[in-house]
Design a protein around this ligand. Structure first.
Ligand code: ATP
Ligand code: MG
Length: 421
């Protein structure tokens, strides 16, 4: 679990601000659910045989002897909240969330035990077009942030019946070759065979090249649906690659599944993952309601944002990554000047300007150096002489311009000068 320091959080907030605006334009409203849920919610919602529930949850007994779990993902909680508050009786719900998730995984680059997701859930979305709209929502957010080098992979997991048929075919095929499977995959053969498709083991991957694929098991209805989704993506000009082995880690997915990966992330390449989960709402006690959503990993997003900023220093990503600079840096020295400087800083900050007040009392030269290092646009100079005359000297630092002296009482004139571009 990691601390987030100001340098990172500046970028973080820039990303969240863009996301917030993006979701608002698409008619998605924010939802915040507790970090803690009953363990049972995830067992029922995500599935006992998944890695997340089987190995990765932070669960404990609370003082009332209830089993609680720090949420490992957002979807189950959002569905629970929607059901609990009767939101679905008001029609389809377009929701987004952002916040920490917890999984007991092996920490490495792009993988933490507390990580953060931004996600959307569209409860009540049924048409193939809604799949396209939701995928576009993710794709366009990443484009809006200026993140490059991304690839969208899509697959169809079909209906539950399609998957049943496929599971049987896959198990039969793999059982004849079970000796060639890695131990993890052997274990999954009886618990969660579809997850074998997702293995990171190279030998098993090679073996799977020959295995029957889900695409062959899709009913004609599921196939038509999937074709409509692909057609929709083509119409919007969103490039994608079909990946018949894309299965996703959680049990509740059906039909469209997708991931957005980056070639800049090494092994932890997936920035965003999502798909349709038509069965989940009924499984959690609601009326059967189709739904689709996605989640993107904030930490991985920031890594690709950084890479995009480096690749294109004039691009959008670079603008988001760049730090903000103070409008003014107050250089001050002497008892009277120091008091006047504090009052000036306070007034200017009250007008919304970013003002740094030098606190060192050191020689003017040193203070100017610091102002330069902070890339402040203006130095406001207050020495005993200026303080005595109730004036401040304004000296442009980053831009060309005239130095000027303004009375401390002429606040409007000071603000106007600082705001000249
Ligand atoms: P992975 O295959 O990388 O473990 P996942 O399929 O478990 O991903 P999801 O449950 O789909 O991931 O979560 C969506 C996104 O959240 C991922 O694409 C990734 O960007 C991010 N994510 C998931 N687990 C972690 C983690 N432990 N640390 C950082 N980010 C994570
Ligand atoms: Mg995972």
């Amino acid at each position: 679990m990691v601390d987030l320091l100001p340098e990172v959080l500046r970028r973080w907030q820039a990303v969240e601000a863009e996301a917030r605006q993006h979701f608002r334009c698409a008619g998605f409203g924010e939802i915040r659910t507790p970090l803690l849920e009953t363990t049972d919610l995830f067992c029922r919602g995500i599935g006992e045989a998944t890695d997340v529930v089987g190995k990765e949850m932070y669960s404990f007994q609370d003082r009332g002897d209830r089993s609680c779990t720090l949420r490992p993902e957002g979807t189950a909680s959002v569905v629970r909240a929607a059901l609990q508050h009767g939101l679905l009786s008001q029609g389809a719900q377009k929701l987004w969330y952002a916040g920490p998730m917890f999984r007991y995984e092996r920490p490495q680059a792009g993988r933490q035990r507390q990580f953060h997701q931004i996600g959307v859930e569209w409860l009540g979305a049924e048409s193939a077009r809604s799949d396209v709209e939701v995928i576009a929502l993710a794709w366009d957010l990443l484009a809006r942030l200026g993140v490059g080098g991304l690839e969208l992979e899509v697959n169809s997991l079909g209906s539950p019946e399609d998957r049943q048929t496929y599971r049987a075919a896959l198990v039969q095929w793999l059982e004849q070759r079970s000796e060639a499977l890695d131990p993890d995959s052997q274990a999954r053969l009886s618990t969660n065979p579809l997850r074998i498709l997702d293995t990171k083991n190279k030998d098993t991957q090679a073996l799977l090249e020959e295995a029957p694929t889900l695409a062959d098991a899709l009913s004609s209805e599921s196939r038509e649906r999937f074709e409509a989704v692909q057609q929709g993506l083509c119409t919007l000009g969103i490039p994608f690659r079909l990946n018949p082995r894309l299965v996703r880690g959680l049990d509740y997915y059906s039909h469209t599944a997708f991931e957005i990966t980056s070639d800049r992330l090494g092994a932890q390449a997936t920035v965003c993952g999502g798909g349709r989960y038509d069965g989940l709402i009924a499984q959690l006690g609601g009326a059967a309601t189709p739904a689709i959503g996605w989640a993107l990993g904030m930490e991985r997003l920031l890594l690709v944002l950084e890479a995009s900023a480096q690749a294109d220093p004039d691009g959008t990503a670079a603008g988001l990554v760049a730090g903000s600079v103070p409008d003014a840096y107050i250089v001050n020295r002497g008892a009277q000047a120091s008091a006047a400087a504090l009052a000036l800083a306070r007034e200017l900050r009250g007008k919304g300007l970013v003002v740094e007040l030098d606190d060192s009392g050191s020689a003017f030269g040193k203070q100017f150096k610091r102002a330069d290092r902070r890339e402040a646009r203006w130095a406001l100079v207050l020495g005993d002489e200026e303080a005595e005359r109730r004036e401040v000297r304004l000296k442009p630092l980053q831009q060309r311009g005239e130095e000027s002296v303004i009375a401390l009482t002429a606040m409007a004139a000071i603000v106007e000068t600082l705001q000249t571009p």
